[in-house]
Design a protein around this ligand. Structure first.
Ligand code: PMP
Length: 386
């Protein structure tokens, strides 16, 4: 039986063409270090690292004074933003559809005295920015929201939120885990101060590499979570204040950067628009097909006409059958790989009305085919009737 991968929201597969080879070449043909080795091959490698930073800043349409910092992924980046900025007595606002990559650091900070407000989204996962605006207080220092829900795919109006935050002098951080590499993100136009991204989802790069783009005005205020060797100012025992070194202690995850570099070149060639349109077309077909299947409910926006409001992540609740059994049957009987459960976002499920049952999540990538969508629809229909 053929395997059909529909779990791209967890991590994309297949990766972009050439990613594996680029990583293997680095390991096999010269796994040198950057900023530490004074020889030609190491300098050449630093050029690829710089080029990768530049391509990412371009992807996020970053304003002039913005830096690109590499981390292990979105979780590490979000932790740096929140823990590096918020002190006891500060107030931070978020939404009710966040991933635990946001909620867990926030709950930790709350236990240390930071005030946290969670603005509720509606039953489709949509946010009314007026509610967010009303939650702003004198001590509000930051707002953090996801761009696209990893449960329902619902897109949040990050441009509107950015506008509100900038006009109030509040730092705004976006969790672009489900949107980077698929949706246009303009730090300039949307007035974003911080964008956290993983390399391994929409960018089609490897796991273990990601990062954040940060406006220097915010970077100056952030305290680095880690201190350590940077290969620079080695005569000092103090962490450098300049960027990116301030936030990049220790050896960089170079195999990951080589893979991500290749993935970004691939994205440039293919074009973000084309990739998004393909995913939108797949999701539209899937939603349209689901309309005719009794015994299931889409968590969030189900109208295929409203594709502009959602990403290619679709969560289903099987009304007459256990969702965990449904996911099991999808794999055993049809070879379809999905993710079942609460997807590290319990409050999002409460918002969407699927807590504690959870959902079966289907998420498509640029290599998903229309035939696979139709096959999945037939499988869902059969399982929903069990
Ligand atoms: N935020 C969202 C919305 C996500 O979907 C994920 C990944 N599941 C993360 C953050 C965390 O990303 P990573 O595991 O790459 O750190």
């Amino acid at each position: 039986m053929k395997t059909i991968y529909m779990d791209n929201a967890a991590t994309s597969f297949p990766k972009a063409e050439g990613v594996g080879e680029a990583m293997a070449d680095y390991i096999n043909k010269g796994a040198f270090n950057v900023g530490r080795g004074g020889y030609e091959a190491a300098y050449l490698l630093s050029e690829t690292v710089v080029e990768t930073r530049e391509m990412l800043l371009e992807l996020f349409d970053a304003p002039y004074n913005t830096s690109l910092i590499f981390t292990q992924g979105a979780t590490a980046s979000i932790n740096q933003f929140l823990k590096g900025l918020l002190c006891p007595g500060d107030h931070v606002i978020t939404t009710s559809v966040e991933h635990n990559a946001v909620m867990r650091p926030l709950r930790y900070l709350e236990s240390k005295g930071t005030e946290v407000t969670v603005v509720p989204c509606d039953g489709e996962g949509k946010l009314d920015t007026e509610d967010l605006e009303k939650a702003i207080k004198k001590n509000t220092k930051a707002v953090i929201t996801t761009h696209a829900s990893n449960v329902s795919g619902t897109l949040l109006p990050i441009g509107e939120i950015g506008e509100i935050c900038r006009s109030r002098g509040i730092f705004y951080g976006v969790d672009a885990a489900q949107s980077a590499g698929v949706y246009p993100i303009s730090m300039k136009e949307m007035k974003l101060d911080f964008v956290a991204f993983p390399g391994h989802k929409g960018l089609l790069g490897p796991q273990g590499i990601g990062g954040f783009a940060v406006r220097d005005e915010l970077a100056e205020k952030l305290i680095p979570i880690f201190q350590g060797g940077t290969g620079s100012v080695s005569d000092s025992e103090l962490q450098p204040e300049f960027l990116p070194d301030k936030f990049e202690s220790g050896t960089l995850p170079l195999p990951g950067i080589m893979g991500l570099h290749k993935a970004l070149l691939h994205l440039k060639k293919e074009g973000l628009e084309a990739k998004r349109h393909k995913e939108e077309a797949l999701t539209t077909r899937f939603l349209a097909g689901l309309h005719n299947i009794p015994g299931i409910r889409v968590a969030g926006i189900c109208d295929p006409q409203r594709i502009q409001e959602r990403a290619s992540v679709v969560s289903l609740d099987f009304l007459n059958y256990d969702n965990a059994f449904a996911a099991f049957d999808l794999e055993q009987d049809y070879g379809i790989l999905t993710r079942v459960g609460l997807h590290c976002a319990p409050e999002a499920h409460r918002t969407l009305g699927t807590f504690p049952r959870g959902t079966v999540r289907f998420s498509f990538g640029p290599e998903t085919t229309f035939e696979e969508i139709d096959f999945a629809l037939r499988a869902i229909k059969n399982i929903a009737g069990r």
